[in-house]
Design a protein around this ligand. Structure first.
Ligand code: HEC
Length: 120
């Protein structure tokens, strides 16, 4: 039992040690996504705002693989705030970000099922 506890403690300690050990105080985000910058997102009004508001906690990959309606993106903003501690997005900034997400990562961008991917 004692051995198990030690093992558990070591498992918890290792990730923070890995982050702290990086020269120059590199964050985990930078470690996992060293080359991401706003241009990884489609160009458009809100591109930079989305990049900087959304990559504090995760890379853009989780955004780029998503296809949601405007309502779903809007609801997701609240979920990210309530559940994950994102600073609340409000007013014009929220509108710009949700518009951008809905326009570039809307349901219509999802590959249609059954369509031959080589013919379009
Ligand atoms: C404060 C941290 C934080 C910020 C800032 C943040 N997110 Fe997240 N996000 C999370 C966490 C944590 C998860 C859950 C990851 C998981 O489940 O693996 C998540 C998950 C997601 C998902 C996946 C949801 C699903 O069910 O498939 C999407 C899409 C997403 N975030 C988009 C965004 C967008 C867009 C922004 C910027 C407006 C953003 N996030 C900003 C923490 C954050």
């Amino acid at each position: 039992m004692r051995r198990l506890l030690l093992l558990a403690a070591a498992l918890v300690a290792v990730p923070s040690w890995l982050v702290l050990a990086q020269p120059g105080g590199t964050t985990l985000e930078a470690l996992t996504n060293p080359q991401e910058d706003p241009s990884i997102l489609p160009a458009g009004h809100g591109q930079e705002e989305v990049f900087y508001a959304c990559t504090a906690c995760h890379s853009t990959a989780i955004i780029r693989r998503s296809h949601f309606s405007r309502e779903q993106w809007d609801g997701l903003m609240d979920w990210m705030t309530d559940r994950h501690g994102m600073s609340p997005l409000e007013g014009d900034e929220r509108k710009m970000i949700v518009d951008y997400l809905a326009q570039h990562f809307g349901p219509q961008q999802a590959p249609a099922r059954g369509r031959n991917p080589f013919l379009n």
